[in-house]
Design a protein around this ligand. Structure first.
Ligand SMILES: N[C@@H](CCC(=O)N[C@@H](CS)C(=O)NCC(=O)O)C(=O)O
Length: 205
């Protein structure tokens, strides 16, 4: 099994964390997105949208990080990262959707402007950051209410929903916006719980 990705890529990190939680390793093949390697013909053959990650499981090629996470959880031995019960499974899927629809697009604005942009000598667009932060405040207030009654996003147990949220939440800390997490008691406690898991410590090192 091969994972094509980049160690700094949030979507690649979701896949690697899923593998680590399942107690498996895949061969990691670096696609240097800093050099544009994701747009080369060989990469496009695996991921036609020209981004990472992609998985190659003995000739079965799959792209889209969330699809890969679900596939790995179904296929591999190890702890189950999705609840079997329909209501629990649906709650997990709801929080994966919240990440994709409301959290990550706004977190990306903050991270690009406050973390990656300055690394490349760019000046942050403070208006864009303020607008994205306002939206993140709403999303995190809703998340805080949920986590007041649940240890994990998917409910009682650690699941793919937690893994799905972790890479962008971590980058918010690097983008001087970690207060959005730590100033919320339950969200802060959740982050403490999930970010100290050995899988995450390994992948984010
Ligand atoms: N929906 C895709 C998004 C993949 C994506 O945006 N990957 C980023 C890295 S996290 C990338 O390859 N960026 C390089 C580019 O846009 O050219 C997934 O979940 O796999």
């Amino acid at each position: 099994m091969k994972v094509y990705g980049h160690p700094m890529s949030t979507c690649t990190r979701k896949v690697l964390t899923t593998l680590a939680e399942k107690g498996h390793e895949a061969e990691f093949v670096m696609v240097d997105i800093m050099k544009g390697e994701q747009k080369l013909p060989a990469a496009i053959a695996r991921q036609p949208f020209g981004v990472v990650p992609a998985l190659d499981d003995d000739g079965f090629v799959l792209y889209e990080s969330r699809a890969i996470m679900r596939y790995l959880d179904e296929k591999l031995s190890g702890p189950k990262l999705s609840a079997p019960e329909p209501k629990d499974r649906a709650v997990m899927e709801q929080w994966i959707s919240v990440e994709q629809s409301y959290m990550s697009p706004k977190a990306m604005v903050v991270v690009m402007n406050n973390m990656f942009g300055p690394m490349m000598g760019k000046t942050p667009d403070t208006d864009a950051v303020a607008k994205a932060t306002e939206s993140l405040n709403t999303t995190f207030d809703i998340t805080e209410t949920h986590l007041a009654h649940h240890d994990f996003l998917g409910g009682k147990a650690f699941s793919l929903a937690d893994i799905d949220w972790m890479p962008y939440v971590q980058y918010l800390f690097g983008a001087k916006a970690g207060n959005l997490i730590t100033e919320r008691k339950h969200l802060g406690a959740w982050w403490q719980r999930v970010s100290t898991r050995p899988s995450w410590v390994k992948v984010s090192a």
